[in-house]
Design a protein around this ligand. Structure first.
Ligand code: CTP
Length: 404
């Protein structure tokens, strides 16, 4: 998404550096438009480095590209954080005295503001009247929060935390079509120990599962994310007040956590790569060459978790109308053969939807992009998507909603 972040002249401007970082990390294209006053708190080089776009405050730069209106026209969302009393007054009056002012007048995108000022200024009738005006025009407010303000006094006026601003701003754009639903998602790859230092594992990063969780939360769902060896950096994309993360290691731990979460879930998505086998015995101490070369490992089969969840549902041990989605990674490049295998797998596992992803050099494991085909009722293709994992997540949730 194209997001414009307006930054105005308050001490909370330093917190907006983190706000921009959260947005770019989530894959958005962010242009920062500071006011002259904002630059007294945080300078142009910081904004340019963090957003990777040139930054200017003036309507007289880049005139050939009609920058003073182009930014607003191209934006999918405009966030002003912090929004000072002065900026709020300018917005209410429709002033176009700088690039942020013209951008705000030129945009048709939703506008979200995060006010920051002293309590007295926030409570002043002038500010409150301006806020009422902005609200009546559809501007969304995040905060201000109560807390300690610059100068040591406390009260409403503190800018909300960047995480909360991002969450609420993105929720403005997302349809709330999963509101009230509880969902359980598994992500990552299990590790089956051989000895205290070795394991059998796989290359799943957990990115697709994290994207499914983030998309569900943005659309109003309550999410439990069961994460098997997912990097902190990947989990950061799924930071949301409606997402609870349960960390697990082995297939057995994942099974316990998913059964627990699925018992009350309206939708279950098994995006984790679960080991089909585990070593029959786990050595208590590290295996060494002194004991002889390790040339074979005896394996025993793990439970098929998603099939067990489907069986529990069939036995009435799940909420009415629960939808279960499984994934299948395929290296077969022939689409027909791939679909045939997927149909059989969907039947065998007893799930409603099977998202088949092509695991080749450009897609699937460890890659930012994914390509899936979603197999539904009667083995028909009910959806497909390729591109960013968030895009794929949208297609999967669309298929789940259609099915409900
Ligand atoms: N899965 C599971 N429990 C397992 C193995 C896999 O719940 N022990 C789930 C995965 O989370 C995923 C789907 O089943 O949703 C993937 O199945 P996959 O391993 O591809 O299917 P298999 O039935 O093992 O078939 P094959 O390995 O022969 O392709």
């Amino acid at each position: 998404m194209n997001i414009v972040v307006g930054v105005t002249g308050g001490i909370a401007a330093y917190k907006s550096v983190h706000l921009v970082r959260l947005l770019t990390k989530a894959g958005h294209d962010v242009t920062v438009v500071p006011t002259e006053d904002a630059l007294r708190f945080v300078g142009t080089p910081t904004w340019e480095a963090i957003s990777r776009h040139p930054v200017t405050t003036s309507v007289h730069d880049d005139v050939a590209k009609v920058r003073h209106v182009a930014l607003g026209q191209a934006a999918d969302l405009v966030i002003v954080a912090p929004a000072t009393a002065n900026t709020i007054a300018s917005m209410a009056a429709g002033l176009a005295s700088d690039l942020l002012g013209t951008t705000l007048l030129a945009t048709l995108a939703p506008v979200v503001i995060a006010p920051a000022m002293h309590t007295e200024m926030w409570r002043h009738p002038a500010t409150q009247a301006n806020i009422a005006t902005l609200r009546s025009r559809g501007v969304h407010l995040v905060g201000p929060a109560e807390g300690e303000l610059a100068g040591g006094d406390t009260g409403p006026g503190r800018m909300s935390e960047p995480e909360e601003i991002v969450e609420q701003a993105l929720a403005v754009l997302a349809p709330q079509d999963l509101a009230g639903l509880r969902v359980a998602i598994s992500a990552g790859g299990t590790r089956e120990p051989i000895d205290p230092v070795r394991f059998l594992g796989n290359r799943s990063s957990g990115r697709q599962g994290a994207a499914l969780a983030a998309e569900a939360a943005a659309r109003g769902a309550d999410v439990v994310l069961v994460a098997a060896h997912v990097d902190a950096e990947v989990l950061a994309a799924a930071e949301h007040s409606s997402i609870r993360v349960r960390r697990v290691g082995t297939a057995a731990e994942l099974s316990t956590a998913m059964k627990d979460a699925a018992a009350t879930a309206d939708a279950v998505i098994m995006a984790a790569a679960v080991a089909d086998y585990r070593p029959a015995e786990v050595a208590e101490h590290k295996l060494t060459k002194e004991q002889g070369v390790l040339t074979r490992i005896d394996l025993v089969e793990n439970e098929d978790v998603v099939a067990a969840l489907a069986a529990a549902r069939a036995g009435g041990r799940a909420p009415e109308g629960q939808i279960i989605v499984a994934f299948a990674a395929e290296t077969l490049t022939d689409a027909g053969e791939r679909r045939e295998r997927a149909r059989r797998k969907r039947e065998r596992k007893g799930v409603d939807l099977l998202a088949v992803n092509l695991a080749d050099a450009e897609h699937g494991f460890e890659q930012a992009d994914n390509a899936v085909e979603i197999i539904g009722d009667g083995g028909g293709v009910v959806g497909e998507a390729s591109g960013a994992k968030r895009e794929v997540a949208r297609a999967i949730w669309r298929a789940v909603i259609d099915m409900r």
